[in-house]
Design a protein around this ligand. Structure first.
Ligand code: FAD
Length: 262
């Protein structure tokens, strides 16, 4: 809050904070990730200022409808520029995801506010990233940051998808720091299809690492429980859950930092 002289108090958010304003973001390009997911490359017209793992709000006005906003994680790594990438999965009957897929093409403009969120990795400490479905999006920003800064050795990523055709960023999900699991149809002979298990996670938790878990409420809760079962301290498990309702929340385990929601 600002005082009467208009000076922001320490720790408060300035009323002129650009991340609190809706800005028109131009769609530079779109890229199909899967049959149901598309990446939108947006120019905010000002530095994004985001940290890996944060999200923005996107507001659209469907024909005959009213302005409606939803949260979308930023998939691109922070680079000081004004361009960000969001990957949006189309949900059946989904107001905003459907509008973005059907009506928002390169050259269009959408309103964006943010970034926000404390589900962030700074890029300098060990991290285990565990993502299911579209929960992979904020973790991709972290993986991309690690790769861009030559810190891949700090990161292990486990990406869970139903089948090979459902995996986002397929071409980038190769390398010694990445494991892919399929829950319904296996894409490789290395691992049979099936849900995430302790055996998938155990070899990947680096000493001193923080785990970042993101996915549906069910996936995030299950992954967190597996990590706790492995002996990972609760305060080293960060969880962000999102899904059909945009308000899904995973109750944090005792001592777990607050779950971040949009
Ligand atoms: C922090 C955060 C980050 C996120 N990041 C991403 C991301 O990177 N990518 C991504 O794809 N999503 C992300 N999400 C989810 C996103 O915000 C939306 O929730 C999602 O896109 C659905 O919005 P929608 O408007 O399309 O669907 P909605 O219109 O909200 O509907 C959601 C679903 O509920 C069903 N539904 C709606 N109303 C009813 C009803 N009355 N009864 C029964 N069913 C109903 C719809 O059919 C649809 O399937 C994130 C969410 C959060 C909180």
């Amino acid at each position: 809050m600002a005082d009467l002289a208009g000076t922001a108090r320490p720790g408060s958010t300035s009323p002129t904070d650009p991340t609190r304003e809706w800005v028109p973001a131009r769609v530079l390009a779109t890229r199909r990730e899967t049959a149901r997911a598309t990446t939108f490359r947006l120019d905010l017209g000002r530095p994004s200022g985001h940290r890996a793992g944060q999200h923005v709000k996107v507001r659209v006005t469907p024909p005959g409808g009213s302005p409606t906003s939803r949260s979308y994680s930023i998939a691109s790594a922070p680079d000081g520029g004004s361009v960000i990438e969001l990957t949006v999965e189309r949900l059946d009957g989904g107001v905003v995801s459907g509008h973005l897929h059907d009506r928002v093409h390169p050259g269009a403009t959408v309103s964006v506010r943010g970034p926000k969120g404390t589900f962030t990795w700074g890029g300098t400490t060990p991290a285990l990233l565990v993502g299911g479905g579209s929960g992979l999006v904020p973790l991709m920003a972290m993986l991309r940051l690690a790769r861009r800064t030559g810190q891949s050795g700090l990161v292990r990523l486990v990406a869970s998808a139903r089948a090979p055709g459902d995996l986002f960023y397929r071409d980038e999900l190769v390398g010694p720091e990445v494991s892919v699991i399929h829950t319904r149809a296996a894409g490789s002979l290395v691992r049979q299809a099936g849900r995430l298990t302790v055996d998938d996670l155990a070899p990947l938790f680096l000493p001193g690492a923080t785990a970042f878990v993101c996915g549906s409420k069910g996936f995030a809760g299950a992954a967190r429980d597996l990590l706790l079962g492995l002996g990972v301290p609760a305060e080293r498990i960060r969880v962000e859950a999102f899904g059909p309702t945009a308000t899904a929340e995973v109750a944090p385990a005792p001592g777990t930092p607050a779950t971040v929601l949009g």
